[in-house]
Design a protein around this ligand. Structure first.
Ligand code: SF4
Length: 486
């Protein structure tokens, strides 16, 4: 579709809103054009204020904003969105559960609003101004309460450590991460030199953190699938973390075991002996047909066996990831997946909504189209009911662009087992020192909100061939803390 903006530049919100209603249509923005086929969003000055209108194909919606409205620009942007929302809602007969809210962190907005307006006022704002449905408003408020409590525990000298292992046993069809399938001999050859350099980068970052007197809160080893590494390589990586960082203060040490087809007793033993406190086993679904459809090379039974093996070996904090909206999955089979996961009683269950990323095989090669949001809505409502009845609380939430139906990703946990890194990272609570290809170090001002990023090279071959450049960039960490002292 063509979106024609006249008299304003609120293109971000307007474009995102069009995508909510027409997820499969690319949106092309034009400005001040005379194009009768376009959806035209216009701002015009009138007596005493401004009219924000949306017009398309003979239909039109107007929203008036008085000139003396406080925070006028925000109000104009909201009015432009509202006009488009009403027009598209009428045309499509679809009412998005998150209303006009298109941002990626609804709970962050909810925390800010609670601080300004109190919880009742914040909920009213969600429902009356942003048109968020009561079920999603309640979810955002519940997450905000949990996140706020966790965020209070982060201090000016806190930091977390993130490690990237960008290798997987094969590539899932929906994946848009920089992750190399070790099925290819060229990728396989990269693993050993990659691990050797990762150990060096860990040593460098550990030395910097020690010299600055930073306090380690959480460690997260993600990817890719870290358990693609051998048991010996995992032991070496975890051993380097223990040697170079003060694990004594860390409240959580997570490794994404991720794919059940990479998990062995030897690897779990290596993780346990290294002091890993939380692992993630991510079946995504317990429907074998769907697993095969998305390119996974394991069955639901194998995922369940892995979980039981980890339990026997003493892992008492396990997360399991699921995805709602996978092709060929249905609300009924998703419900069976939920029941199967609940029967295992993991401490955390993270339910993502499928996002159709352009770089994924599903979109780039298989030309997948966004499916009907109603089926995903049913899956997520079921999740909310089932997890709540099962004694789980929602503790973190984010949304991705291009997620089916503009829905959310939510981490559920048994009280007291929240994945702390997820909250600290999502809300940018403190510095994250990040090692490995594609990792991004985020330096957060200790007594303020300023964030500075240091990017590592994205691909493993660049990480290996330009490693010295990358370690030179890390010198900025000390300079940052000299400028913004703890
Ligand atoms: S396991 Fe995760 S990172 Fe690896 S290919 Fe699948 S989605 Fe991508």
């Amino acid at each position: 579709m063509v979106l024609n903006l006249c008299g304003h530049d609120f293109h971000y919100e307007c474009e995102n809103l069009c995508r909510v209603f027409y997820p499969n249509d690319p949106v092309r923005i034009v400005r001040d054009a005379d194009d009768p086929a376009a959806l035209t969003s216009r701002m015009q000055q009138t007596d005493g204020g401004f009219v924000l209108s949306a017009a398309w194909d003979g239909e039109r919606e107007d929203v008036f904003v008085p000139a003396d409205t406080p925070q006028l620009r925000d109000a104009e942007e909201l009015a432009a969105s509202l006009a488009i929302f009403r027009l598209l809602q009428r045309r499509t007969r679809y009412t998005p559960p998150w209303g006009m809210l298109t941002g990626v962190r609804p709970s962050k907005l909810m925390i800010t609003l609670i601080n300004d307006l109190g919880e009742d006022g914040a909920k009213r704002y969600f429902q009356e101004q942003l048109l968020v449905q009561p079920e999603k408003t309640a979810l955002a408020a519940a997450v905000a309460r949990q996140e706020d409590r966790i965020l209070q525990t982060s201090k000016p000298d806190s930091f977390s450590l993130y490690l990237s292992v960008p290798f997987c046993p094969s590539r899932c069809s929906y994946c848009s991460f920089v992750s190399h399938s070790v099925n290819s001999p060229s990728a396989k050859k990269l693993v050993e030199p990659y691990v050797a350099l990762l150990l060096r980068e860990l040593e460098q970052c550990g030395t910097i953190a020690r010299e600055l007197g930073l306090r380690l809160e959480t460690v997260y080893v993600g990817g890719g699938t870290p358990t693609t590494l051998s048991a010996e390589q995992l032991a070496a990586v975890c051993g380097a973390i223990a040697r170079h960082f003060p694990l004594g203060t860390a409240r959580e040490f997570t490794v994404e075991a991720g794919r059940p087809d990479t998990i062995t007793p030897e690897k779990l033993r290596a993780l346990k002996e290294a002091g890993v406190t939380r692992i993630s086993i991510n079946p995504q679904t317990l429907n074998d047909d769907v697993l095969s459809h998305i390119g996974r090379r394991h069955t639901a039974a194998e995922a369940i066996d892995c979980f039981r093996m980890a339990r026997r070996m003493g892992f008492d904090n396990i997360n399991m990831d699921l995805i709602a909206g996978l092709e060929t999955d249905t609300p009924e089979s998703f419900r069976r997946t939920l029941d199967g996961i609940l029967a295992l009683s993991p401490e955390n269950i993270t339910v993502h909504t499928l996002a159709l990323k352009r770089s994924s095989r599903m979109v780039a090669v298989e030309n997948a189209r966004a499916r009907d949001g109603a089926a995903v809505a049913e899956m997520l409502s079921d999740t909310q009911r089932t997890c709540t009845d099962g004694g789980y609380v929602p503790y973190y939430m984010y949304r991705q662009s291009r997620s089916v139906g503009n829905f959310e990703n939510v981490g559920w946990c048994r009280p007291g087992t929240e994945g702390l890194y997820n909250v600290f990272m999502m809300e940018e609570a403190h510095t994250v020192l990040a090692c490995g290809a594609g990792a991004v170090t985020k330096l957060r001002e200790p007594h303020g909100k300023w964030i500075e990023r240091i990017f590592n090279f994205k691909y493993p071959y660049e990480y290996i061939s330009r490693f010295d450049e990358l370690t030179a960039r890390k010198a900025r960490i000390k300079a940052f803390y000299d400028e913004y002292s703890i």
